[in-house]
Design a protein around this ligand. Structure first.
Ligand SMILES: [Zn+2]
Length: 243
């Protein structure tokens, strides 16, 4: 992470009433970003999650049993950080494709929820200290494109004509887990703990990942790094774009 100089400004939130988080899988929000979500919901901001897949291909067991299990764990993770609106698009886990139909499905939800801020996760080829996962690369880019699609009345016209969904311009887009953040969302110790608990809610999933670091150890460390970059104790760092 580029953490110099240690002066990342706080994310401006005065006009943010609704946030929509768009990620590929159950658990993608729980690697630090959910600390910001806990802070937002506590401040009265409505936060919704849109997961593009159900994460059914993420474990060795049969997807038919894993899908519902991961859904249950995600529901619990959401409850811990105050998120009540959890939606899935049911695109295939592990085989997410950057198609127009994916963009249309995301744009539809953006027009329904009308967020002020969309948050997605790093979609670079290299990310998180290694090579990024295929669905992550597709999901982030599709989220970016769908923000523009949702704002353009001439793109996916059927959303307006058949479903009555007017164009909606999201003001800002934030990318979590990006190596060159522009802003920070400072969080308190209780939000750090909520983030740890939200990842621990993915109990069956974590049990299956061999050598997975302990959430109570690495999440506070990641958020402390964000704090150092922004002159606070803990923060979620984000690369933010005005749309
Ligand atoms: Zn993922």
């Amino acid at each position: 992470m580029d953490t110099s100089p240690a002066t990342l400004p706080a994310l401006p939130e005065d006009e943010v009433q609704r946030v929509l988080c768009i990620v590929a899988h159950p658990d993608d929000m729980e690697y630090g970003a959910s600390a910001a979500v806990a802070a937002w919901t506590e401040a009265g901001i409505e936060v919704s999650y849109l997961l593009l897949t159900r994460g059914e291909a993420g474990m060795v067991e049969n997807p038919a049993t894993i899908g519902p299990l991961r859904e249950k764990e995600q529901r619990r993770a959401c409850e811990i950080v105050g998120v009540t609106e959890l939606r899935y698009l049911d695109h295939p886990d592990g085989m997410l494709e950057g198609t127009l139909s994916l963009r249309r499905d995301i744009a539809r939800v953006i027009r329904q929820i009308r967020p002020d801020l969309v948050l997605t996760a790093n979609f670079e080829v290299e990310a998180y200290g290694g090579l990024n996962q295929a669905d992550h690369r597709v999901a982030g880019l599709a989220a970016v494109d769908a923000c523009r699609d949702a704002a353009n009345p001439w793109v996916f016209r059927e959303l307006a004509e058949q479903e009555g969904l007017a164009a909606w311009r999201t003001r800002s887009l934030a990318i979590a887990g990006h190596p060159a953040p522009t802003h920070a969302r400072p969080v308190e110790a209780r939000h750090v703990q909520a983030a740890v608990d939200s990842l621990n809610a993915h109990e069956a999933y974590l049990a299956h990942v061999e050598g997975h670091p302990l959430p109570e150890e690495f999440i506070p460390e990641v958020l402390r790094g964000g704090g150092e970059a922004s002159g606070t104790d803990h923060a979620v760092v984000l690369r933010v774009f005005d749309l």
